[in-house]
Write a protein that binds this ligand. Structure first.
Ligand SMILES: *Cc1c(COP(=O)(O)O)cnc(C)c1O
Length: 373
């Protein structure tokens, strides 16, 4: 029996059949874009956050990032500090608005970067920080938010991998991922903690002025008969909104499953030689369970031979990608570079069976035993 890297909850027969009926109704309704399903999902998403938050549904997490940067008024000459250890979309969005991405290394023993590392890169041209709770771990965000306040910088939280995560600030107060900055962006790409059956994203904020503009910008800058500014087409379709409204009602139970699987991996893989496990942190959403190994390629192959599908996030890192080197001079970020050579994500998804979890654990032990002989 093989274990896939990911299986969407919508693939399971019960949910697929349940949604099938509703898809038929939706097709018959003739209302396909920005309709009642989108409104309902936007309300449900806003209610997920404790503050007085609003959400605007868009076409992808990448579009949400571009919109967020545009809403904050970022423009040519402005510097935005962003982790180098993240998905390429974070870098692309900054380039899209003509601002300058300033890439920050991660810590030696963590995929995240620290507030101190960010603070060292602040210049008179710095306007914003794009914080990324990578793999679902938002533990570094409160300190980053504090530095942003101190230096009067805008903070964008890209919670593409951390919807449902929480952490504690220095006063011990619980902080939800997505509520610590000026504006947050989410992705509902199928593998995220809340996945659609296609592309979708959202912009989230408690600043009503920003979101009113977001609503216009996603639809060609349209407000009534007028096009108030040059926007783009980033509308969410009704089908994705319907799937997502169903999904968000299940998010808490999916997160519980993710946390339980991660806890089992952490317990049963502790001490495996040449495997560094991810940090266990309160409120981690465990979008991805990423370990590190000096023999990553061999481990990946050994797991594949045992039927276990894994993924690599992110290699090469942003600053070694052609799309970066076309524009900017080469830089060296030793920790991100070493993590990118060592990172390997194990299967982890809601609906994973006890036997699948056991197979992964056994395969990692077996692979490590053969590799370390
Ligand atoms: C997935 C992801 C995005 C992009 O989302 P899309 O919906 O695929 O455009 C942006 N940032 C991070 C950190 C992501 O993981």
């Amino acid at each position: 029996m093989s274990v896939p890297f990911f299986r969407s909850p919508w693939q399971t027969r019960e949910l697929a059949e349940q949604m099938g009926q509703r898809v038929t109704e939706l097709l018959q309704s003739g209302h396909y874009i920005l309709g009642p399903q989108v409104q309902q999902f936007e309300r449900a998403l806003a209610e997920h956050f404790s503050h007085d938050t609003q959400a605007v549904a868009v076409n992808s997490g990448t579009d949400a990032l571009v919109l967020a940067l545009q809403l904050l008024g970022l423009k040519a000459g402005d510097e935005v500090i962003v982790p180098a250890g993240t998905f390429i979309a974070c870098y692309e969005a900054i380039v899209r608005v003509a601002a300058t991405p300033v890439l920050v290394d991660s810590l030696a023993d963590d995929f995240l970067c620290s507030a101190e590392q960010i603070e060292r890169l602040i210049t008179p041209r710095t306007r914003a920080v794009l914080a990324v709770p990578l793999f679902g771990d938002s533990s570094a965000t409160p300190a980053i938010a504090q530095r942003c306040q101190k230096h009067d910088l805008a903070l964008i939280e890209d919670i593409a991998q951390a919807l449902g995560a929480h952490t504690r600030d220095t006063n011990g107060r619980c902080q939800q991922a997505g509520t610590m900055g000026d504006i947050s962006t989410a992705s509902f790409y199928p593998t995220k903690t809340l996945g659609a059956a296609g592309d979708a994203g959202a912009v989230i904020s408690s600043r009503a002025d920003l979101l009113e503009r977001a609503r216009a910008l996603r639809n060609h800058g349209r407000a009534g008969a007028f096009h108030s500014e040059v926007g783009f087409n980033s509308r969410m379709d009704e089908l994705q909104a319907m799937v997502l409204a169903e999904g968000i009602a299940r998010l808490e139970s999916w997160l519980q499953e993710r946390r339980s699987i991660a806890a089992q991996y952490l317990q049963h893989l502790a001490g495996v030689s040449d495997v560094t496990l991810p940090h266990q942190r309160e409120g981690h959403a465990w979008n991805y369970f990423v370990l590190r190994s000096h023999r990553r390629e061999a481990l990946k192959e050994a797991l594949a031979r045992r039927g276990i599908d894994t993924r690599i996030y992110y290699d090469p890192p942003i600053h070694q990608q052609p799309s970066y080197l076309q524009r900017y001079a080469p830089i060296v970020l030793p920790n991100v570079e070493s993590h990118s050579r060592q990172a390997l994500a194990l299967p982890l998804f809601p609906g994973m069976t006890a036997s699948e979890i056991e197979q992964v654990v056994e395969a990692v032990h077996a692979a490590s035993n053969t590799l370390c002989q």
